[in-house]
Each structure stands twice: as structure tokens, then as C-alpha cells.
Design a protein around this ligand. Sequence first.
Ligand code: 0RQ
Length: 513
Amino acid sequence: QSLHFDADTLSSKTMSAEAAAALIPAGTHVGMSGFTGAGYPKLVPQALADRIKKLHAAGEDFRIGLWTGASTASELDGVLAEADGISMRLPYQSDPTVRKQINAGQMQYTDIHLSHVAQLAWFGFLGKLDVAVVEVAGVLPDGRLIPSTSIGNNKTWLQLADKIILEVNSLQNPGLEGMHDIYYGTRIPPQRQPIPLLHAGDRIGQPYLEVDWSKVVAVVKTHQPDRNSAFAAPDENSQRIANHIIEFLSQEVALGHLPKELLPLQSGVGNIANAVLSGLNAGPFENMTSYTEVLQDGMLEMLKSGKLSMASATALSFSPDALKEFNDNIDFYSKRIVLRPQEMSNHPELVRRLGVIAMNAMIEADIYGNVNSTHIMGTSVMNGIGGSGDFARNAYLSFFMTPSTAKDGSISCIVPMVSHVDHTEHDVEIIVTEQGLADLRGLSPTQRARLVIEKCAHPDFRPALRDYFERALASKGGKHTPHLLTEALSWHSRFVETGSMLETQDQPEARRA
Ligand code: 0RQ
């Protein structure tokens, strides 16, 4: 039951996006819905961006701190960044304008594990949340809210914000009702209790979001689609990566390390992840489950084929074709999908308990198994850590995957030392490129280095990696994790200077001199 709601509440609070945007003060923290291009507000951010542009033209300062679930779309991140309206962004983004401004030093960005965001807000560590702008799929006669295609941090935003603006999107499928599971049992320490979820498909909460309607200052009606980006068909490298993983999982089943239906799958975003899921869909495993963050096309196909019996996530991020399949058969899918707040979909306690198999893409790994998921050449952020850390550290098996080279072969994705660390050698178990798979479990750093070089590096870079490692081992430094400190990041600086990590003929000699 939602507080302060009666028959007139909805109509009395309904207004235009412009009128609603006018209720957001300058300098505030605004928590918006949205996760991987799903369930973000479609009209209020645009109206706010227009207002900000006018105020800037009149010489007034106006920026907000923008908090979301994860990445949104050009109608949210894009327009607000173009209006120079964001002072601080958290916790994950993938928008080209936002990225450009962060890397130009014009926008502050704090990149946070996605499961941590809600608790950090509750602890008060992020400051006060002033306004929530949340898309919902509908409002029940008693005032409770039917969540949209993502939940993300919406429960927390609605509970913590002083003022709430709701976008009610009539284009979202009414059949979403009942798919969500909002757990209201979270507490902050020392009141915390175990979370009563034992299987990936368990429901431990309720299908609706509660809201205190005395805080709702505006309701805006919308009828707009989510971002719905299409995926490229899996390329050869992605397929090879997928094949290595499936072969490895089959061996693990044969060894008795995994049950034949595997353990709940987590799959990151992007084309490699989708290729792995396509491979699993065509592969030998039956009756699989998933406990993941974002449900993309690949998992929908697995649900359709019956290979996946159920899927848990916090967002539905589909291509236009997959969205049509989902909408046309929502009765089938809604029985097999549970959407949860991101603090639950990514919860370390649950990931550990369920024994999730985590599969995430990366930018680069080093020979010792440290992984960089976020930074190009150590300084420019790409997207953010997202949920990869939530899953990698707590998973039963933790895979990181990448093609062995980037930018037409000029960059090796296996390097002597990563230029930024998101996942340390302690959190990374299996590294996979199209060249092969390195199973690092139980190995020492030097054992890992030999395996990563031989199995994962591209042949164009393998000799130089062997050379680096052998010279590091022969140097007077420690033999546990051998490095040549003056050379460890030279591959990156060579790329910055010359546009390639590949050595020219005379470089190795020059370096040894
Ligand atoms: O550049 O866009 O200019 O072409 O990085 O690389 O190969 O297209 O791979 O789209 O899967 O992204 C790690 C960024 C991979 C992503 C990352 C360049 C490459 C290209 C993208 P262009 P690809 P993907 C849970 C999991 C963190 C969050 C996460 C990511 C661009 O997967 O953000 O794991 N992960 N979430 O050319 C320089 C290298 C490079 C490189 C690739 N070594 N050096 N550039 N690129 N390798 C889900 C969520 O949290 C939502």
C-alpha cells in the first residue's frame, strides 16, 4: 500500500515534462532510473537539458549531480551532457558525450561497483539525494508502481529522495506486471540480516515499488521506446572465444567440478558476451539458469529454446528484433524472468551462495592476470566497472575475455602490466582470447605469465612478451612477480607516441642498450 494516494492524486499531479523539469533545482543530486538503455526517463531529462541551455545562455550556472542504475541513452545522458548540465556522474556510463567530457576533465565521474550504489546512498556517503526521476510502466489503483524494463536503483531513489518525478510510459508492455521482485528487507549495518534467496529464480519480495505520494511532485505521461540497440552478428573472434569457453565448461562438468546443467550464468554486455550465449544455446548443456545483471538477446534465445529454464536480472536490454519476440510472447517470458533491484541482482552474498559463473569482457589483461575493464591507455575511461567486480570476486568461476588485439592489430590486449587495474590477479581465474584459454586457478604469478603468453597472446606480440618476461625473471628484482619497472608500461607509451604497440626493427636492441 502506498502512502498518501487517493482517486485524484494521479490527475492532480500530472503535468508536462517542461513543468516537471522546472521543479529540479540547480546544484542538486538527481537519481534517475535507467540501466543499460532500459527503463530510463524519456522526456524530463530532455526538458531539463533545454532549460539548462536557456539558463546558461542567460549567464546562470546550472548543473546537477546525476546518479542512475547504469548506462542510459542519448535522451538522458547525451542531452544533459550536451547542455553541459552534469557536474558529477555515477555509477556507470557509456555515452560518447559524457565519456568525452569526463576525459576532458569537464565532468567528474565516480565509477562504483553497481551492487554498492544503493548502500552507499543509504550510508549517506554520496550526500543527500534531492530528486528522483523514475520511469514506471504503470500505477496501480492503490498507488503502488509497476516497474519498467529495468529496476536498477529505483527502490532506493524513491525511498531516499525528497522530491519524486514519475514518468509513466504507456509504451512499455502491461505484461511486465508481475515480473519484478522488489526486496524490502535490506537494512544497513548493524541491522543487516541474511538475504533469503537460495535459487536464481526465487522470489523474496513483491512485484511493485512503493512510494510515498506526498513526495511525488510531478507525473509525466510518456509513450517512448527504450534505446534497443541492435547487436552485430558474432564475428569469428567472438565465436572462437565462445568455443574455448564451452569446451572448458564441458571439461569442468566431466571432472565433476560443475553439475551438468552448470551453475547460474552471468554474462556481461556486448558482442562477445552474446556470442558466448549463442554458443551455449547451440551447445550440450540443458536446463541452465542465469543470475545476471542485464538480460540481452542471447539469453532470450536460450529461454526460447528451453536451454535456459529461468533468468534473473535487473534490466532487459534487447535489440528491436528481440524486443518484438519478448513483447509477442510476454506470457511465456514473464514466467521465466525475474527482475530485481541491482543491489540484489549483483549482490556479493548471493553471487557467492549461488556459485555464479561470471563471464565479462575486458580491455586488457597482463601476463600475471590483472585485468583492466575501464581505461584506454591508463588514463581515458571507456565505460566503467559496472557489475563486473561484483561478480568476478564472488563467482564460482570468473572468466575475462577479449580479442587478443585491438585497433587492427596495433594494440596487444595482453600486456606486460595493465595500465589500470579493475580486477586484480586475485579475482581473475580464466582469461580467454580467440587464441586460447588460460586457466589460472591455483597457479603462481610466473606460472600464470607463461600460460597467458602461450595461450592468449597474439602471435605478433608473443615473442616480445616472452622476451619481457624472461628478462624480468633474469633481472635483479624479485622473482615472485618479475617486472622491469622502467619498461612495464612501455607498450602503452609506445602506442601513445607511435600509434602502435608493435616494436620497430631497432627498438629491442635500443631498449637493451
Ligand atoms: O573501440 O569503440 O573505438 O571501436 O574498446 O571494445 O572489443 O568492441 O568490446 O564493446 O565488448 O567492450 C571492456 C569496454 C569491452 C566493456 C569493454 C577498444 C575497441 C573498441 C570496445 P571503438 P570491443 P566491447 C556487466 C559487465 C566493463 C563493464 C562490465 C565494458 C572499444 O565490456 O565496458 O564488464 N566492460 N560489465 O577497439 C585500447 C585495448 C582495447 C581497446 C578494446 N586493449 N586498448 N582500446 N579496445 N581493447 C554488465 C554491466 O555492467 C552493465
